[in-house]
Design a protein around this ligand. Structure first.
Ligand SMILES: NC(=O)C1=CN([C@@H]2O[C@H](COP(=O)(O)OP(=O)(O)OC[C@H]3O[C@@H](n4cnc5c(N)ncnc54)[C@H](OP(=O)(O)O)[C@@H]3O)[C@@H](O)[C@H]2O)C=CC1
Ligand SMILES: CC(C)CCC[C@@H](C)[C@H]1CC=C2C3=C(CC[C@@]21C)[C@@]1(C)CC[C@H](O)C(C)(C)[C@@H]1CC3
Length: 418
């Protein structure tokens, strides 16, 4: 049985009080965005148009649809994979295995949705169900996090995450206690991070596009751009699925409410905000502006993919010809840090690319409303906070070598600015 680890790890997110506040604030923000996106004034900072009663949130059909979706994605996860990858080394020196079949799940889902639609499945009706679907997803995230918390009570100490084991139940419930909760080969965190939420996000976007076509005769150029950009982002994440195994969510963070809610509810229902906004507030977009926005997205993607691939290639095999010529700093751990190439420009070039793409996703919505820029604002805050967390961890891991890296590459995310 796993005892709490006491307060060895420094508390994050404002400790138990901050965690308690976020437990309420995150779902409240998501519902606020869903309600405001369909209201006339669409004011991000104004009050919601109305407070929905339980009858608007609770729907057995929505719950059934949501559980069917989770079941379908779980079944696709269990299909034979083209590759089984090993994760990072764990505290007990073992490595876990992960199926690499996320892109296959995306393609099969697209085929099933295509078949369903041609057989009469009303995809365009999905936008009307977003509120009860989001409620079902939130409910599932709470219940699932409770299950994860209980499961961690009987997990061996070596299976616990460095944070999330303070002994305070609210804080630990929020942050997550166990690092890689699994039942046999089914890894809950890895599954949730990349499948139901990310694929759900593009299906919701598609449903919004279909409904726009039903309402106005054809989808708008702005809606096409938002759908295309975000499909590229999700397709890319699933194509490079193995790379997620080195992100801090998988290697460092426990699996609790923050990630369960983030993956299952926050991602599909708030990341689709631009498409939701466009359905209810059509925006004119000319070809010249659309071309500029495409260029911004292409630059963002180039930086994001270039930086992530360079680091992943280097971590997998430093003598790979694509990275062998780059300058590095040696660290006491035996691992090296890149100081040239993308990682010599700023310390988080991948965040920079991601932020440029976030801007390109909002621009098709025009500049009359702040609401479609919510993702950009939230994401900037998330990445600044994430960068600070990563910095602390790297300083702990690499000590003097990290100081040297910071001296050689002084800017964190934006060259000459931050
Ligand atoms: N859309 C979304 O909502 C979100 C997207 N993201 C995206 O996810 C991606 C992954 O982000 P994240 O997991 O935060 O972090 P990173 O992929 O940036 O990984 C950080 C790790 O990289 C290694 N590293 C840092 N500097 C160097 C260097 N110079 N040379 C070699 N290795 C280095 C360190 O680990 P080590 O040395 O141990 O290898 C460090 O802990 C990013 O592209 C981010 O934008 C992230 C959060 C949310
Ligand atoms: C609800 C809270 C405010 C915070 C929740 C954060 C989560 C939504 C994000 C934490 C890290 C994420 C990553 C991606 C999606 C969002 C979450 C889960 C990612 C899967 C998106 C696609 C990228 O290509 C990626 C690099 C694979 C991302 C990994 C991190």
């Amino acid at each position: 049985m796993a005892p709490p680890q006491g307060s060895r790890a420094p508390l994050e997110f404002g400790g138990p009080l901050g965690a308690a506040a976020l437990l309420l604030l995150l779902p409240a923000t998501m519902f606020h965005l869903l309600l405001v996106a369909r209201s006339g004034p669409a004011r991000l900072l104004g009050p919601p148009p109305y407070l929905p009663g339980l009858e608007a949130l609770w729907s057995p059909q929505a719950l059934l649809l949501w559980l069917t979706w989770l079941g379908l994605q779980a079944a696709l996860y269990l299909l034979p994979a083209r590759k089984v990858a090993e994760g990072q080394e764990l505290k007990d020196k073992s490595r876990l295995c992960y199926p690499i079949n996320g892109f296959q799940a995306l393609v099969l889902t697209a085929l099933l949705v295509g078949l369903g639609t041609s057989a009469g499945l009303p995809l365009g009706a999905l936008p009307e169900m977003l509120l009860p679907l989001a409620f079902s997803a939130t409910l599932t995230a709470f219940i699932f996090s409770l299950f994860l918390y209980m499961k961690a009570l009987v997990a061996p100490v070596s299976a616990l995450a460095p944070g999330g084991n303070s002994g305070n139940p609210i804080y630990d419930f929020f942050l997550g206690r166990e690092l890689n909760p699994r039942i046999y080969f089914f890894d809950f965190k890895y599954f949730c991070e990349l499948r139901p939420g990310l694929i759900g996000w593009v299906i919701i976007n598609l449903a919004l596009l279909v409904q726009e076509a039903e309402l106005r005769g054809s989808p708008s150029l702005a809606m096409w751009l938002v759908n295309g950009f975000q499909l590229l982002y999700v397709g890319d994440a699933l194509w490079h699925e193995e790379a997620v195994l080195t992100t801090m969510d998988i290697t460092h963070d426990g699996f609790g409410f923050m990630l369960a809610f983030g993956d299952l509810a926050w991602v599909p229902f708030t990341y689709s905000l631009q498409a939701q906004f466009l359905l209810y507030h059509p925006q004119p977009l000319g070809l010249p502006m659309a071309s500029i926005i495409c260029l911004i997205n292409a630059i963002g993607y180039y930086v994001f993919r270039g930086a992530n691939s360079q680091k992943n290639t280097f971590r997998r095999n430093p003598s790979d010809p694509r990275v062998a010529g780059l300058e590095t700093i040696s660290t006491a751990t035996g691992r090296q840090l890149l100081v040239s190439g993308w990682w010599g420009i700023v310390r988080h070039p991948n965040y920079l690319g991601d932020l440029i793409m976030a801007l390109a996703w909002s621009l098709p919505c025009g500049v009359s409303h702040l609401l479609p820029y919510f993702y950009l604002l939230y994401f900037t805050a998330l990445l600044v906070h994430r960068e600070a967390r990563d910095e602390r961890q790297c300083l702990q891991k690499y000590g003097l070598a990290w100081h040297e890296y910071c001296r050689r590459v002084p800017y964190r995310i934006v060259p000459y600015v931050y």
